[in-house]
Design a protein around this ligand. Structure first.
Ligand SMILES: [Zn+2]
Length: 97
C-alpha cells in the first residue's frame, strides 16, 4: 500500500475493527444467559438446577394425543431483559413483506 491512496487505506483501517465488532458473545452464568452482539444485548432466564419440578431441564413432556413440551415456571415466570442497539438491516433487494 502506498501513499497514493490514503482514502483506501483509511477505509481498510476502519473495516478491520468493524469486522471484529460483529462477533457475538454468549455467556451463561448461574440461571441467566447473556447474549450480546452489535444489534442487541439480551439477558434470558435459564432453568434452575435446584428446581424440584424440572431439575434444570426447563420442562417436561405432557402425554396425550398430541404430546407437547410444557415449560417449567422456574424460568418462564422471570423477566427477560433485551436492549436494542443497532437496527438490523433489511435484506437487500427484497420487499419488506
Ligand atoms: Zn424448573
Amino acid at each position: 500500500m502506498t501513499g497514493r491512496h490514503p482514502r483506501t487505506a483509511l477505509l481498510l483501517a476502519a473495516a478491520v475493527p468493524l469486522a471484529a465488532a460483529t462477533v457475538a458473545v454468549a455467556l451463561k452464568a448461574g440461571h441467566w444467559r447473556l447474549y450480546a452482539d452489535r444489534h442487541h444485548i439480551e439477558l434470558k432466564p435459564q432453568p434452575r438446577r435446584s428446581c424440584p419440578d424440572c431439575r434444570g431441564a426447563g420442562g417436561w413432556w405432557v402425554d396425550g394425543a398430541n404430546p407437547e413440551m410444557e415449560a417449567c415456571r422456574c424460568w418462564t415466570d422471570r423477566r427477560e431483559l433485551r436492549i436494542r442497539l443497532l437496527p438490523i438491516p433489511d435484506w437487500p433487494g427484497e420487499p419488506p413483506f
